[in-house]
Write a protein that binds this ligand. Structure first.
Ligand code: UD1
Length: 419
């Protein structure tokens, strides 16, 4: 097992390039099941969630090649095992995205229930209800979802709660359904739009992309395509907070500032000087201590839950009092006790963290618990006095491509060491 060892206190400076989006790449890889020929995915990040998805697709009969230019050639056009096995699904909940495409293309799917995870119970009822409305028969037994449909038929679907992957599952299933599907109260996250644009390039007829009402006219077949995924706005935002928390100045290149308005707004409130052009973001703290900011997480375009833990670390050493309310995942606070061990003054009441900023944190031995909580511990370690050691780095490797290499490029003193 690997751990990260960080000597804190160096302001980050320099340029870093954004990786491709994990949360766009995953549904697009699953959409390859719908196509009658191979897809080539460009700009996909090299992450463990991507390898888990490829392993899952291979276990179903797909083939893939990692090309010399790092693009992924995936042929999932003819599957012979319509099962998403528990052993892979348990490590990555997004595997539920295999359900819609398999059902639409083959009329049949068996997908393991993902189960709980460190950040909350995370049920899949919205996925199942919507797929039933498209005509699927669904039975849940022995920990698996068994779905069947001779023909999926377009329907008028209303989600009573907004869900990113449920929206994506239904969009994918509806592309090959008979007739028109309307998804009301759809997720508007940029990654849902990226998937929709890719599907349209494959021959789908999706309109209302990026809005809360998405309309999908079913088509008979989809073709393989070459597609480049958008940049990872959560990775970009994490590096910007890394610069803010260390009082540094960095430029992140290859990103889309328009998809990050809520986060950039909060960084400006902390006192950061932010400059953007169409593909890059520069943050400069001018050596100042950040001011504490109040945050409420929400669905896009509101503040993303995937940045809540990182901003909690920033508030921990910012000037003033703040509150952060988590509205998406009820239990997403595993980083709080670890940050408190570094000297943060945090109080958790219900789904709100109250924070009194302290002047500095001190390095400590920490355990990473989930992807974004781990990122917040890295940020705290970069700002803390002394040495921070973070165990269970595999959580970070699910969502941050070569994180210690990128941070080193920015001047951080961080090493990955084996136990
Ligand atoms: C996706 C993202 C994840 C992000 C989250 C919220 C991917 C692969 N993952 O996760 O990084 O943190 O969106 O932006 O894109 N819910 C139900 N029933 C369901 C589905 C969801 O009650 O059937 C609830 C969830 O428990 C949660 C809320 O809906 O409270 C939103 O979750 P959802 O948008 O579905 O998250 P994911 O798609 O799993």
């Amino acid at each position: 097992m690997y751990k990260l060892v960080i000597q804190g206190g160096t302001p980050l400076r320099g340029n870093v390039k954004a990786s491709g989006s994990k949360n766009s790449s995953l549904p697009i890889l699953f959409s390859s099941i719908l196509a009658d020929s191979p897809i080539t995915l460009q700009n996909a990040p090299q992450l463990s969630d991507i390898s888990t998805t490829l392993k899952l697709l291979m276990s179903m009969g797909a083939e893939f090649i990692l090309e010399s230019d790092s693009s992924l050639y995936v042929d999932a056009s003819k599957l012979d095992n319509l099962v998403a096995d528990y052993n892979l699904v348990k490590t990555m909940r997004a595997a539920i995205l295999a359900l819609g495409p398999m059902l639409a293309k083959y009329g049949k799917a068996k997908v393991s229930l993902p189960g709980g995870c460190a950040i909350g119970t995370r049920p899949v009822d919205l996925h199942l209800k919507a797929l039933k409305e498209l005509g699927a028969t669904i039975e849940v037994k022995n920990g698996y979802i068994y779905a069947e449909a001779e023909n999926l038929v377009g329907a008028d679907i209303y989600f009573d709660q907004i869900s990113v992957t449920a929206t994506e599952n239904v969009i994918m299933a509806a592309t090959l359904a008979q007739g028109t599907t309307t998804i009301n109260n759809a997720a508007q996250e940029p990654e849902v739009s990226d998937l929709s644009h890719c599907l349209n390039k494959m021959g789908a007829k999706i309109s209302g992309i990026g809005t809360s009402v998405i309309v999908i006219e079913g088509v008979k077949k989809l073709n393989g395509v070459q597609y480049s995924v958008c940049s990872d706005r959560i990775e970009v935002a994490t590096y910007l907070v890394a610069a803010a928390i260390t009082g540094g100045s960095i430029t992140v290149k290859g990103t889309n500032p328009k998809a990050m308005r809520s986060v950039l707004g909060k960084l400006i409130e902390t006192g950061a000087d932010i400059k953007t052009d169409s593909q890059s973001i520069t943050l400069n703290m001018n050596g100042k201590r950040a001011k504490a900011v109040n945050i409420k997480t929400g669905t896009y375009p509101n503040f993303p839950t995937d940045m809540q833990a990182q901003f909690t670390a920033l508030n921990a050493i910012a000037e003033g009092h703040s509150s952060i309310t988590e509205n998406i995942f009820e239990n997403r606070f595993m980083h709080i006790p670890e940050l408190m061990r570094m000297g943060a003054n945090l109080t958790l009441e219900g789904n709100t963290v109250f924070c009194k900023g302290v002047k500095s944190l001190t390095g400590a031995h920490l355990i990473a618990t989930d992807l974004r909580a781990s990122a917040s511990l890295v940020l705290a370690g970069l700002a803390a006095k002394g040495t921070t050691t973070i165990e269970r780095v595999y959580h970070l490797d699910r969502g941050y491509e070569t994180i210690e290499e990128k941070l080193k490029l920015l001047g951080a003193n961080i090493e990955r060491v084996q136990d």
